[in-house]
Design a protein around this ligand. Structure first.
Ligand SMILES: *Cc1c(COP(=O)(O)O)cnc(C)c1O
Length: 498
């Protein structure tokens, strides 16, 4: 039978994969993901004319997919801003996909969506009146926040952008620092304001957005009849992890009639650490606040969230017209009813998705497992790791700290005494980065600080410890010394000893 459509036998199917998954999560032996020719050869085939059956699928996953998997969950993986789920998050996602395959209608998974959003707001210190939704990630969370901002800007001028578009909204402008995440540009493209609506203020000498210049720009735009829609403050920008002066930016935005959106996709949870809590100011002033459970909370990828000041505004932004096919049937008086009597808690009108997985069940599971204290400890541990790297860089005459860590990112580079040529330093550090990544013990990524290549660990991986921070520094030193020695040999092919 080509379509057995089995929904039984889950225990055997999962049990078959578990040993390979357990082996994978020990991250032992060489990293096989890069052996593209091997796994591609095993996977790349034409659409099967007839089904291979469940055993063949499980066998391929077990033998090819899992052992060649991507090791973003390894304790030494410190790159970009991503990690792998913890056990409870992964188990909860499996449960959600089977027992609550859809967040709507009446079920525990539906209720946990609302509860998890309430818990998240409480954990972050956001007002309970802010309306939260889950999204597929930070890109959509930012888009939702900026869509609400656009709606508000229109409504202030007697327009309804959700109904009529924004053709009548003169010169919409959004402001942020140059460190704003690039997904904001795409959100503006999608929202019809256009990428060019974003005005990016440079950083001042103190590495903060130049707010005087920002005020000047907004004043000019207002005088010219344009529409300041929103100011975006980054709570943990993705390059060096800096936190913008959120409260000052909120005051400025509100004074000038604009919305304050906080992009905390990465660093929203940083508010849990007393060392940096003050940087976040009064979060009640944030009109919208995006934060990604699939980053610091280590939920499986596919879970972002955003909180917006006013549920009614969100509902006007994303109102879903009724459809004949999509009605729930309220029970008659005294009828015990069924799950299908209503769509459960939450609203169809708060975001761009209709069907969606029960992401709340996963976030609830993680928060229930570790509690507020567990998350606070994780954030503190990760800030400690970034500070450890910074301390080691400061203490070494072969390393240079390029930016003081604010949250859990530390930007530094290898700089042996006497090597001052900036281009040579960039090339050397690029070589170090590639070699360190290939060795695999510690996997940082990079960015540019003041135009210069920085090695950039970002600590959000719940498995990473101070030992991994130290290992990264040791790796950079080891590889840096070897590369300098090798280039010395190449540059000076004179008499060799030893
Ligand atoms: C990761 C990130 C985003 C994008 O989020 P995705 O979940 O990757 O869509 C946006 N802003 C910041 C600051 C981020 O760190």
């Amino acid at each position: 039978m080509s379509d057995p459509a089995r929904i039984d036998g889950l225990s055997e199917a999962v049990a078959r994969l578990l040993p390979a998954l357990e082996r994978f999560t020990r991250f032992e032996g060489p990293d096989l993901a890069a052996r593209r020719s091997v796994w591609r050869a095993a996977l790349d085939e034409p659409l099967p004319a007839t089904g291979a059956g469940p055993d063949a699928v499980l066998e391929t996953i077990e033998r090819v997919v899992i052992p060649h998997g991507l090791r973003v969950g390894a304790p030494g993986f410190l790159g970009w801003i991503t990690t792998a789920p913890t056990t409870i998050g992964a188990a909860a996602q499996l449960a959600a996909s089977i027992a609550t395959p859809q967040r709507w209608w009446i079920s525990p998974g539906n209720f946990l969506e609302v509860l998890a959003l309430r818990w998240l707001a409480e954990l972050l210190g956001l007002p309970a009146t802010h309306q939260g939704i889950f999204t597929s990630g930070g890109s959509m969370a930012n888009l939702v926040g900026l869509a609400a901002a656009r709606q508000q800007a229109g409504e202030r001028r007697g327009l309804d952008p959700a109904r009529d578009g924004i053709a009548a909204l003169p010169g919409p402008r959004v402001y942020a620092s140059t460190e704003v995440h690039h997904v904001a540009l795409r959100a503006l493209a999608v929202l019809g304001m256009g990428r060019r609506a974003l005005r990016m203020v440079p950083l001042d000498a103190g590495h903060k957005p130049d707010l005087d210049l920002l005020r000047r720009w907004i004043d000019e735009d207002v005088s010219a009849g344009r529409t300041p829609v929103a100011v975006i403050a980054s709570a943990g920008e993705a390059n060096a992890g800096d936190v913008d002066p959120i409260e000052e930016m909120a005051d400025l935005a509100h004074e000038l009639g604009a919305w304050l959106h906080v992009d905390g996709a990465y660093g929203g949870f940083g508010v849990l650490d007393e060392r940096v809590r003050h940087l976040y100011g009064d979060l009640a002033k944030a009109d919208s606040f995006a934060v990604d459970p699939h980053k610091w909370l280590a939920a499986p990828v596919g879970i972002g969230s955003v909180f917006v000041r006013e549920a009614a505004l969100l509902a006007r932004t994303f109102a879903l017209e009724p459809a004949d096919y999509a009605m729930a049937a309220p029970p008659a008086e005294g009828d015990p009813g069924s799950p299908w009597d209503d769509f459960g808690e939450g609203s169809l009108d708060y975001g761009p998705d209709l069907a969606a997985p029960a992401r709340g069940l996963v976030v609830w599971a993680i928060l229930k497992e570790i509690g507020a204290a567990g998350m606070r400890a994780r954030v503190a541990r990760d800030l400690d790791c970034a500070r450890r790297v910074a301390a080691r860089a400061r203490a070494s005459d072969e390393l240079e700290l390029l930016a003081e860590p604010v949250l859990s990112i530390c930007c530094f580079r290898y700089r042996p005494p006497g090597l001052d040529d900036e281009d040579a330093l960039d090339a050397l550090n690029e070589g170090i980065l590639r070699a360190v990544q290939a060795r695999g013990r510690a996997v940082p990524s990079s960015t540019r600080i003041g135009g210069r290549l920085a090695i950039r660990p970002c600590f959000i991986n719940p498995r990473s410890t101070l030992a991994d921070a130290d290992a990264l520094v040791d790796e950079v030193l080891t590889v840096g010394r070897a590369l300098v020695a090798a280039s010395g040999d190449a540059a000076d092919p004179g008499p060799q000893t030893g």
